[in-house]
Design a protein around this ligand. Structure first.
Ligand SMILES: [Fe+2]
Ligand SMILES: [Fe+2]
Length: 482
């Protein structure tokens, strides 16, 4: 039996957009060989290309095309080349290959003059010169064109992620761990005053948004798994994931979702300046220690303000850092001298932060709460601590048995929640992967749907009795989710 595939519409989005772009871009490139820059045909081809580029930048946040060997990746997802488009792709590939250009990126909308500059630069490159991309970079810099970037043609996959769109789970998993790496890099950067590769960071967040939009079960599952080793890093990434998934359900446009993710990722940046003894203290904090601890939103805000290279993004990141411990009714901290409304990003991130902080144990909160209990608390405080509308969406999203929960069924079977039902009434009837014990370890059994009924009695075949702690059974939940 073939596996169930995500909807075609989402799956082929990179293919659709990538093909549109390559078609127009290649025509323009071909045009430059025949016409000079003042020719009307060039004007027309440029206009058509500008339109496609700017549409993509507006909806996706940026446009990133990369060639690795003979594969094309759009937004780091491989383009599936259809038979009728194959000749264009091949011709374009040959043209780029002889110029040693393998990466083109538009990070902002582009105007016709800049695009013309760029395309004539490309078309005038000498053949077989490996350092062509450096020349183009310099020329773009010289002309103050900041929104266009190029890179060298690579014949292997570098440290970034390029994954076939079909392998969604693997893609999501890599995004998760790469994002943890990014947070570490940023924290090290702050401590050692190193500059950060913002483009790379932004792209990674766009990957996370893509992954969540295509299938959020894997990433939400990863976020829900309690991890004790690297609390801070996992916490940051989890908050980003919850925030993006929540934002998507609320209807925030894709372009802004990656900003929301960034704001989530760095909401606790201020904690890097809080002494370790206080952060990791197991006992109760003294009043002075608490006040130091509570300064982290303000410290975080200051840190972000100093990072000039983040540009417009920093406003959004400040909302996350400054507002995430403020409550909906404006109590909480930091104390506000002037009452103002909390931003939507702030309201989303404070919910994601609250949930993730309680769902996993940390030093001053030794026992993790089960998710049902946290959602109960959130519902109770809805309207006071949290935006009631956003809380509602969040509870629906997490469900009472979040992905990755280990459950005991009334049939005495054990299972792991792998998929939540869309309908709110069926929140207690998720899809579950059964597990059984054999040859000294727990193994993956069949997948069952708790909505299934017994033909004769019209009773449910299986129901959840209670949740179990995977650590007690030595079960690594991740293995069963992937
Ligand atoms: Fe915080
Ligand atoms: Fe936090």
């Amino acid at each position: 039996m073939p596996e169930e595939k995500p909807t075609l519409d989402h799956e082929h989005r990179p293919t659709k957009l990538g093909t549109e772009f390559i078609t127009k871009f290649y025509r323009l490139l071909k045009g430059t060989a025949i016409y000079d820059r003042k020719n009307v045909n060039i004007d027309r081809l440029t206009q058509e290309c500008v339109q496609v580029i700017n549409n993509i930048v507006r909806s996706e946040g940026n446009l990133f095309l990369k060639i690795v060997r003979d594969n094309f990746f759009f937004d780091n997802i491989r383009i599936i080349v259809s038979a009728d488009k194959f000749p264009i792709f091949k011709a374009f590939w040959q043209d780029m290959r002889k110029r040693w250009i393998g990466e083109v990126e538009f990070s902002e909308e582009v105007n016709a003059e800049h695009l013309k500059d760029f395309i004539y630069l490309l078309s005038g490159l000498e053949e077989n010169n490996e350092s062509n991309y450096l020349y183009v970079k310099k020329q773009l810099e010289y002309r103050n064109i900041e929104s266009i970037e190029v890179g060298k043609l690579e014949f292997y996959k570098d440290e970034e992620i390029y994954i076939d769109s079909e392998d969604q789970k693997k893609y999501s998993k890599e995004v998760y761990f790469k994002t943890i790496g990014l947070v570490k890099e940023v924290v090290d950067g702050i401590n050692q005053q190193k500059a950060l590769n913002i483009r790379k960071a932004k792209r990674l967040m766009q990957n996370a948004v893509n992954a969540i939009m295509q299938d959020d079960s894997t990433l939400l599952g990863l976020a829900n798994i309690k991890n004790y080793d690297e609390y801070t890093f996992n916490h940051s990434v989890n908050v980003a994931i919850y925030a993006i998934a929540l934002g998507q359900r609320i209807g925030i446009p894709k372009k802004h979702l990656s900003h929301l993710g960034m704001a989530g990722l760095f909401h606790d940046m201020g904690k890097t300046k809080i002494p370790r003894e206080i952060l990791n203290k197991t006992g109760k904090l003294s009043p002075e220690e608490w006040s130091i601890m509570r300064s982290h939103p303000v410290i975080g805000t200051e840190l972000i303000m100093r990072m000039k290279e983040w540009g417009e993004l920093s406003t959004r990141m400040i909302e996350g850092a400054f507002e995430h411990h403020l409550r909906y009714d404006l109590t909480g901290y930091p104390r506000l001298t002037r009452k103002r409304k909390i931003s939507l990003f702030g309201r989303i991130i404070s919910i994601a932060d609250f949930y993730d902080a309680l769902v996993r144990p940390r030093v001053y909160n030794r026992f993790p709460y089960v998710s049902e209990k946290i959602l109960g608390i959130m519902l109770e405080r809805s309207g006071k601590d949290f935006d009631p509308a956003v809380v509602k969406v969040f509870i629906n999203m997490i469900g009472i048995f979040p992905l990755g929960t280990l459950v005991l069924l009334n049939t005495n079977e054990m299972g792991i929640v792998t998929q939540i039902q869309e309908e709110a009434e069926l929140i207690d009837r998720p899809k579950v992967c059964l597990i059984y014990y054999g040859d000294g370890e727990y193994r993956k059994g069949k997948a069952v749907d708790l909505r299934e009924m017994e033909e004769a009695t019209k009773n449910f075949k299986r129901s959840i009795v209670k949740t179990l702690d995977p650590n007690e059974y030595n079960i690594n939940v991740v293995e069963f989710l992937m």
